[in-house]
Design a protein around this ligand. Structure first.
Ligand SMILES: Cc1cc2nc3c(=O)[nH]c(=O)nc-3n(C[C@H](O)[C@H](O)[C@H](O)COP(=O)(O)OP(=O)(O)OC[C@H]3O[C@@H](n4cnc5c(N)ncnc54)[C@H](O)[C@@H]3O)c2cc1C
Length: 457
């Protein structure tokens, strides 16, 4: 057996860290404009809230949003170039999280100008953090079967029900809530998408669920007579399935291989996390391995990380490891080229059918390959994990592998991307039915009222 790496071979994390992003922006003037903005506005002595206010209101925080919704209408590739440039310039990146990834583009697509002002402005300036209140214990893949109830009471709706797997619910100010507003309509037709205030005392009970990584990324959320104003319906009453599909489309795109993994803001958005009043310059330390993030953030730079790790552990000549390294390289390249192809199609006024679903499946494949590769390189040390910074440091010390805890966290987290945002099986169903035109499974749930459908329990 190849021996574990000894101390002299140990590398610092910075040796493994990804290099800066390939700049996709065709237009140098775009980045010149960004540079001019940074030169005029960046000051490490601002608070996080003040810096994000400047970044958000200028359109640089969410440049892929339309101009009428605090963006610049840029393509995804150009937005990634903006994200990368913010990182290269050593300034704090834009607020991250589900507000930016999902709520803002959904509201920009379906919301009124008043809702853009009410909801998107505080998202791009980091003032409000959002969570996604979609999944329920009995409604995950079959999301349209959800049972959380919204009953009208004057100008408000009263919400009762349970959500689950709510990522970031414990620090969310707002939720993207889908609830049943008409139980007598077929299941896809009686759902409404609400912007939902999470600050409602005991009416909104958020209970963290601990994962095997040691962190508690997601939560159960119980709503008991919670309230939401009628004016916070986004996209129209009983039209929530269409609006939710927009959210899910942005989710798939954001979780795809070939596009994510940019600079991760080290400060948290929203009023609960407590970062807004702090000095922005104090958030610029390099991101440490194992700090979380989705699949995209985890696999960014994976090729360099694993090559360096294999060298440090004397595994670089192992044919199995070399084969897996090539697979990571190939999957990464295919994803990058697919993203460029999709961009070219969009610029020509066309869409690549199913590219979001394919990209998400590719991400699942990439994280699984990274899981297997990392554990092959670590060998028996891969059975140990540092659950917090102290035990991660102890693991690094004991194994001589500074990235050991990062690799084991990636291996445990690799189970998540094939599930969240729609499972691999569901992505394949969508590709089969909507793109290839295969017949759907026989089902009458599009015509029978939701209240008459069979349910568990
Ligand atoms: C890390 C993580 C974060 C998440 N964050 C959020 C969040 O913030 N907000 C939120 O609302 N949800 C969130 N989710 C929930 C996620 O969207 C659901 O877990 C997912 O949609 C699957 O639903 P389920 O867990 O109920 O599984 P089920 O739907 O019960 O599926 C169980 C299994 O059956 C398979 N299956 C189901 N239906 C079919 C079918 N028709 N054809 C073939 N196979 C099928 C599935 O692929 C799966 O393998 C998160 C999940 C994870 C893992």
């Amino acid at each position: 057996m190849t021996p574990m790496c000894s101390r002299p071979h140990a590398r610092r994390w910075s040796d493994f860290a990804p290099t800066s992003f390939t700049c996709f922006a065709n237009s140098v003037s775009l980045l010149d404009e960004l540079d001019a903005f940074i030169d005029a506005n960046w000051d490490p002595d601002l608070t996080v809230a003040e810096w994000w206010e400047r970044l958000g209101l200028s359109g640089w925080a969410a440049p892929s949003l339309p101009e009428k919704a605090y963006g610049k209408g840029l393509s995804r590739a150009d937005s990634l170039a903006v994200t990368a440039r913010l990182g290269e310039r050593g300034v704090l990146g834009a607020p991250t999280g589900l507000g930016m990834l999902l709520a803002a583009p959904t509201i920009a697509t379906h919301g009124s100008p008043e809702q853009v002002e009410e909801f998107i402005r505080p998202i791009v300036t980091g003032q409000r953090a959002w969570c996604q209140l979609f999944s329920e214990p009995g409604a995950g893949s079959d999301l349209a079967g959800l049972g959380c109830k919204a009953v009208r009471d004057g100008d408000e709706w009263v919400i009762n029900g349970q959500k689950v797997w709510t990522s970031g619910g414990q620090i969310a100010d707002m939720g993207m809530l889908i609830a049943r507003t008409n139980p007598d309509a077929p299941k896809h037709q009686g759902i409404t998408w609400f912007a939902f205030d999470m600050h409602q005392g005991s009416a909104v009970d958020v209970r963290p669920l601990r994962e095997m990584t040691g962190r508690a990324l997601f939560n159960e959320v119980f709503m008991s007579d919670a309230r939401v104003p009628d004016s916070w319906i986004v996209g129209g009453l009983n039209n929530g399935w269409a609006v939710a599909n927009t959210t899910l489309m942005f989710e798939r795109a954001g979780l795809s291989a070939g596009g994510s993994g940019g600079h991760v803001a080290l400060a948290n958005a929203g009023t609960i996390a407590g970062d807004l009043p702090k000095r922005v310059g104090d958030f610029l330390k390099p991101r440490t391995p194992g700090g979380g993030g989705g699949g995209g953030a985890m696999v960014a730079g994976a090729e360099r990380l694993f090559t360096a790790l294999a060298k440090a552990n004397g595994k670089i000549d192992d044919p199995t490891v070399r084969q897996q390294l090539m697979k990571v390289h190939t999957l990464t390249e295919i994803a990058r080229i697919t993203a460029l192809r999709a961009k070219a199609e969009r610029e020509a006024g066309r869409e690549l059918p199913g590219v979001g679903n394919i990209g998400k499946l590719a991400m699942s494949d990439l994280v699984r390959t990274c899981r297997d590769l990392g554990l092959s390189i670590l060998g028996p040390a891969g059975t140990l994990h540092g659950y917090d910074s102290t035990s991660a440091a102890a693991l690094a010390e004991a194994t001589g592998n500074p990235a050991a805890a990062y690799v084991t966290e990636m291996a445990m987290f690799a189970q998540a991307p094939p599930i969240y945002g729609g499972t691999d099986q569901v992505q394949r169903n969508i590709l089969g039915e909507r793109i290839l035109g295969l017949p759907k499974e026989p089902n009458n749930d599009r015509v029978v009222p939701w209240s008459e459908l069979p349910r568990n329990g």
